[in-house]
Design a binder for this molecule. Structure first.
Ligand code: SF4
Length: 245
């Protein structure tokens, strides 16, 4: 698979771990789970282990790939790298020693900027003191609904230099969300055949909260049957703000 990403806010992907299990409503239409099934059928080596059918699927068992660890060391030009687009680095089945190896590679390649996004920040907080936290590692949590807003509290306990929230797929209003100590917020609607429509009031609410708090805001897309179906303008503007470092 290409290491060049099609995700709007990043430039490359790096998957030293693949596979995962669904943990909250935001996982219901997990694109990685669906993609792993196709990659398994194509014979792609990293996606041959099946996960638990109740929470995962074909080709999507949590699997570490030590052979992929050194990939960023070979990239000469600086890149913004989305870490584990096909997994969650802080899944309980990823050994702490391997998480540490991933963080060591990130610390040793300061020419790249790494974006690590998790739905399991409690585990990240528990092992944070065993990891290196250089300024080129951004840590984010997914908050798709107020039901999982406590993830931001766990994120605040972690000494990441840049902390961000990914409110995607946005599934409800986040009016009570605490943006304290957050450096960036991304929001977006869901895409795919089973997409759950986003309400413009939810997006406006996050944007307005970011403007008031002085937190950079990035609006990725409205979603729909394809990611670009409904565009990404919000009240006539595009929102492409990034964290200041
Ligand atoms: S945590 Fe992420 S990768 Fe894992 S099942 Fe949920 S959406 Fe998919």
């Amino acid at each position: 698979m290409s290491d060049r990403s099609r995700i709007e806010w990043t430039e490359a992907t790096w998957n030293p771990v693949t596979g995962c299990d669904r943990v909250s409503a935001g996982c219901d239409n997990c694109y990685a789970l669906a993609l792993a099934k196709r990659l398994k059928a194509m014979g792609t080596e990293k996606y041959q282990q099946d996960g638990d059918p109740r929470t995962s699927g074909p080709g999507f068992a949590v699997t570490i790939h030590p052979g992929s660890l050194d990939q960023p060391r070979r990239w000469r030009t600086p890149r913004t790298v989305f870490v584990n687009s096909m997994s969650d680095l802080f899944h309980a089945k990823v050994p702490t020693s391997f998480v540490r190896d991933v963080f060591d590679v990130m610390a040793d390649t300061p020419q790249h900027t790494y974006q690590v996004l998790t739905k399991r920040p409690l585990r990240a907080a528990r092992i944070a003191d065993q990891l290196r936290w250089p300024p080129n590692v951004w840590l984010g949590v997914s908050i798709e609904h107020m039901d999982v807003a406590r993830r931001a509290d766990h994120l605040r306990q972690i000494p990441a230099i840049v902390r961000f929230l990914s409110c995607e797929p946005l599934l409800g209003p986040l009016d009570e969300l605490d943006l304290t100590e957050m450096d960036w917020v991304i929001a977006g609607g869901e895409s795919g055949v089973n997409y759950r429509p986003v309400d413009i009031r939810w997006v406006r609410g996050i944007r307005d909260a970011c403007v008031i708090a002085g937190v950079p805001f990035f609006f990725k897309q409205w979603g729909g049957r394809s990611p670009k179906s409904l565009g990404r303008h919000l009240d006539g503007e595009t929102w492409d703000q990034m964290p200041s470092q």
